[in-house]
Write a protein that binds this ligand. Structure first.
Ligand SMILES: [Fe+2]
Ligand SMILES: [Fe+2]
Ligand SMILES: [Fe+2]
Length: 406
């Protein structure tokens, strides 16, 4: 399978930063607007390569906050002690996660420092002045501008400038402030960026201009990026830690035991990593609810499979795994969702994922029940063979699962 890593990795980052900003069905475009603003502010001040890093750091700057009960911007708007306490860790978590993506070390560094203030009152390391990388300073200012815009009170350039000027030489330098507001004024840029519906258009323009961070062919860059994605997906649900990675590993073990060819094995491993991406779009309240879900809430969760399908449409490079990823709740007897595919109508990779997903759910802890032992879970799988699961795959999976040594 020849998939271009540069295109795929960059596509994945844009898609992730898009979906993690969806709130109650609406996109608030925090990450996209911060990326646009930062790269515009920095464009004539840094090399073309650094501009790419700043743009992608803008896209991923708040990724460490994906697990918060509400979207991160709400805590930033509040300025209270509790919020600050919660916020302290997100630059570190984000930088750690992003540093696992090949060629993204510089991006991770910028993320780590994106809440540092010039006067040392920022976090996580209370850095000062030129100890803070220029790219992080730019993201800091862009971030604060977007937070002000998100309140809806500063949709007028003069008002915004007055508000932002209060933090000159505290949060950002006077020079950077002047540069940013000159750019916002240029060719009515501010009037365009203020309207939410313009953001996707401006984003596309800037993304094309900045162009992709080059990812070499020789490493497993796509697999590594998908592992990063899997961690982000699982952060959304406090009980899902490690779920996507485990499902992918179980599926890989089955695929190898079935002697499938290398491309098919890769597709299965990748689809396992990304299968729950639609869960990022399910309401935070439901995803974080510590009790058993009501029927209505469960219906909402069920939507994640079709949401995965929609998100996969944003990732044309990965179209070969789209169906496998979104069919991980299709049951062998046709009683699953979202399409009710029966038997071989669901691809082999999906039939493998269904059983791995179920096994991991059974053997994982839930607030309302203890985890099943692998043996007890395998007993359940056996009972559901031919109903939920493909009997041939069940036969291969059970001995593997029993020997996992969980
Ligand atoms: Fe942040
Ligand atoms: Fe932010
Ligand atoms: Fe899952």
């Amino acid at each position: 399978m020849r998939v271009n890593p540069t295109k795929t990795v960059n596509e994945l980052i844009s898609a992730l930063s898009y979906i993690s900003d969806i709130e109650k069905g609406l996109n608030i475009y925090h990450a996209w607007r911060v990326a646009i603003l930062s790269s515009q502010f920095a464009k004539n001040r840094v090399s073309a390569q650094m501009l790419k890093y700043i743009f992608y750091a803008g896209l991923l700057h708040d990724i460490g906050g994906v697990g918060f009960p509400s979207h991160i911007i709400h805590y930033l708007k509040r300025h209270d002690k509790m919020s600050r306490h919660l916020l302290l860790s997100h630059p570190i978590i984000g930088a750690q996660l992003v540093s696992n993506i090949p060629e993204m070390t510089e991006v991770a560094k910028l993320i780590l420092d994106h809440h540092e203030w010039l006067n040392g009152q920022g976090y996580p390391r209370a850095k000062t002045k030129n100890k803070i990388p220029f790219g992080s300073q730019v993201i800091r200012l862009a971030d604060s501008i977007d937070i002000a815009l998100q309140t809806g009170r500063y949709h007028n350039l003069k008002k915004l400038k007055d508000k932002m000027s209060l933090n000159i030489n505290k949060e950002y330098s006077k020079k950077l402030f002047a540069l940013a507001f000159a750019i916002l004024k240029e060719g009515k840029f501010f009037n365009r960026i203020v309207r939410r519906r313009n953001i996707p258009i401006i984003f596309q323009e800037i993304k094309d201009r900045v162009s992709f961070i080059h990812i070499p062919f020789k490493i497993d860059a796509i697999g590594k990026t998908l592992e990063f994605l899997a961690q982000v997906i699982d952060m959304r649900h406090p009980y899902a830690s490690g779920h996507s990675l485990r499902v992918s590993r179980y599926a890989l073990a089955i695929a190898l035991a079935m002697n499938l060819d290398h491309d098919e094995v890769t597709r299965i491993r990748w689809a396992g990593l990304i299968h729950d991406i639609g869960k990022i779009n399910v309401s935070r309240y439901i995803m974080n609810k510590p009790k058993k879900l009501t029927k209505k809430e469960f219906e909402e969760v069920k939507k994640h499979a079709s949401l995965t399908q929609k998100i996969m449409e944003m990732l044309p490079s990965l179209k070969e795994i789209a169906l496998a990823a979104s069919s991980h709740h299709e049951y062998f007897d046709g009683s699953g969702y979202p399409q009710g595919l029966k038997g071989n109508q669901a691809p082999l990779s999906a039939r493998i994922l269904v059983i791995c997903d179920a096994f991991d759910a059974m053997t994982s802890n839930r607030p309302y029940r203890a985890p099943l032992s692998p043996t007890a879970a395998c007993h359940q799988l056996n009972k559901l063979s031919g109903k939920q699961f493909d009997p041939q795959i069940t036969k291969i999976a059970i001995p593997l699962f029993k020997n996992l040594g969980l």
